[in-house]
Design a binder for this molecule. Structure first.
Ligand code: NDP
Ligand code: HEM
Length: 487
């Protein structure tokens, strides 16, 4: 027998050989147990701690490693090294998810999908933490946790509660654009390979001359958009709760690697004051006719993780992970997310989560003065100097990475997020671009989701559909079997 196949001896966590993994240590054949069976205690104790807190949102997910390849030169917009040359490749890991369901939720449910990509660049990790929709339900982060409460289980019944959902949406008309996407065909993709991804927020690009551009990120599936109807999805869930996980894993396992075209929309910095809409409002897209899509590269997923827990459950994506040449915008939602994710990771995975193999930089090394903390499992900086400034050659900041100054003005105050931001025209544009049968399915899906919702809430919501497009209001009312006024 070669060394490679040599039978390993089972040990405890401390490496002590185990003599019996089938029979506990007992006083006599019929028991009771002897407390000194420390191996049995270790085995039970470790098992009891196998689960970590699931993500508070986006708990159910699938993902894989792959490659990003640059196909077009965009160096006039960004100095980020991952885009420095046509043909350049960067390792990535992507994680796709549903938002509301718990870790064991079925995949084929109507919900927004998360679309998170970590680019392991030579200048550190860039996390593009987006969704399969270009907009979101709210534009002020103070509303995020309330919104999520309406999507999760009711505190009393422990069931999903359509009344809470439509109550919140009808009182928050800025949600209308995203609600329209959610109940359209694209709200129920057949799997992760068959949907687009969007950075959704406006970010900034910074070029070598230190000029800032506003940018939006788009990933367009090369597998084609494909969706389930509600009826198809119910049947799939009845047979396979893991349809998206299965589809992605086995496509990659058989060498059928999914790909997305990565494109950007670029807005010159000064244009932000000129657009008829607020370009930092997360409930709005930038129309393509004003800001056309520019091709950048291809994202391909081609390697399944070896261990789901280590590489996907422990993966941590944060919008604050941007690399030189990519930065933030005034979008209030983005600003809140810059703080929220790292806070969530420290709770879920502990303070040293970025040193886990899936989260640490792969194409460079981290050099920090952070030390100690729970589960510090690397060399903890060995004996190297642990303060700065120092006279012993510790890492120093590099002013070359200083961003251009940001023109920010205004009095500190709580500004009504509705002022100057209307909620109806882009939702109406989307309704009007859907084919007739797509409009009908949208209206029907909404009517189905409104079952059991009080009439007053339905009427309030119908008024929003009607403001987006009278045919939209009429369509939903008809699907509900009521007139537009609700009589
Ligand atoms: P365009 O006609 O230039 O673009 C239409 C966009 O809508 C395309 O991105 C297309 O994506 C997408 N689309 C097509 N069918 C559907 C559908 N059934 N559900 C959701 N999206 C669909 O128009 P505008 O740029 O002026 O945008 C009009 C509306 O399109 C917006 O109000 C928005 O709702 C939606 N949209 C716009 C995007 C943008 O960045 N401008 C991005 C995505 C949606 P594809 O080419 O992949 O089919
Ligand atoms: C996950 C907060 C808006 C996409 C999460 C998590 C939190 C969170 C706390 C769990 C993180 C973890 O435990 O690893 C917020 C807040 C938001 C917001 C406070 C608004 C103020 C958005 C928006 C998008 C988005 C607008 C998309 C454009 C995602 C994705 C994940 C996620 C994809 C899962 C990432 C993964 O796969 O691990 N969010 N979120 N979120 N969020 Fe958000």
């Amino acid at each position: 027998m070669s060394n490679e196949h040599e039978q390993q001896i089972l040990t405890t966590d401390a490496g002590i050989p185990v003599s019996d993994n089938q029979n506990s240590l007992t006083a006599g054949a019929r028991g009771p147990l002897l407390m000194q069976d420390f191996y049995l205690i270790e085995k039970m104790a470790h098992f009891n701690r196998e689960r970590i807190p699931e993500r508070v949102v986006h708990a159910k997910g699938s993902g894989a490693y792959g490659t990003f390849t640059v196909t077009q030169d965009i160096t006039k917009y960004t100095k980020a090294k991952l885009f420095s040359q046509v043909g350049k490749q960067t390792e990535v890991i992507a994680r796709f998810s549903t938002v509301a369901g718990e870790r064991g939720a079925a995949d084929a449910e109507r919900d927004v999908r998360g679309f998170a990509v970590k680019f392991y660049t030579e200048e550190g990790n860039w996390d593009m933490v987006g969704n399969n929709t270009p907009v979101f339900f709210v534009r002020d982060p103070l509303k995020f946790s309330d919104f999520i409460h309406t999507q999760k289980r009711d505190p009393k019944t422990n069931l999903r509660n359509p009344t809470s959902m439509w109550d919140f949406w009808s009182l928050s008309p800025e949600s209308l654009h995203q609600v329209t996407i959610l109940f359209s065909d694209r709200g129920l993709p057949i799997g992760h390979r068959h949907m687009n991804g969007y950075g959704s927020h406006t970010y900034s690009f910074i070029n070598a001359a230190n000029e800032r551009f506003w940018v939006k990120f788009h990933f367009k599936t090369l597998q084609g958009i494909e969706n389930f109807t509600n009826e198809e999805a119910s049947q799939v869930v009845g047979e396979d709760r893991e349809s998206a996980q299965r589809d992605l894993f086995y496509a990659i396992a058989r060498g059928d690697y999914p790909q997305w075209r990565f494109l950007v929309q670029i807005m010159p910095e000064a244009d932000a004051d000129k657009t008829p809409y607020n370009p930092f409002d997360l409930t709005k897209v930038w129309p393509h006719r004003d800001y056309p899509l520019i091709e950048v590269g291809i994202l391909e997923l081609n390697r399944n993780p070896e261990n789901y827990f280590a590489e996907l459950e422990q993966s941590a994506f944060a919008p604050s992970n941007v690399v030189p040449g990519i930065s933030f915008s005034p979008d209030k939602m983005l600003q809140a997310r810059i703080l929220s994710y790292t806070d969530a990771h420290r709770y879920r995975l502990g303070v040293n989560y970025e040193s886990l193999p899936v989260n640490c930089p792969h194409a460079t090394k981290a050099h920090t003065y952070h030390r100690d903390g729970l589960m510090r499992h690397d060399d903890n900086g060995k004996g190297a100097v642990n303060y700065e400034p120092n006279s012993f050659g510790g890492p120093v900041a590099d002013p070359i990475h200083k961003e251009p100054a940001w023109k920010i003005s205004g009095d500190g105050d709580r500004y009504d997020h509705r002022d100057g931001n209307e909620d109806y025209s882009q939702a109406g544009d989307l309704f009007r671009l859907l084919p007739k049968d797509g409009q009908q399915r949208l209206c029907r899906n909404i009517a189905m989701a409104m079952q059991g919702v009080p009439q007053s809430i339905i009427e309030r919501q119908l008024a929003h559909f009607t403001k987006a497009d009278p045919a939209y209001g009429e369509g939903v009312a008809k699907a509900l079997g009521i007139s537009v006024t609700g009589e």
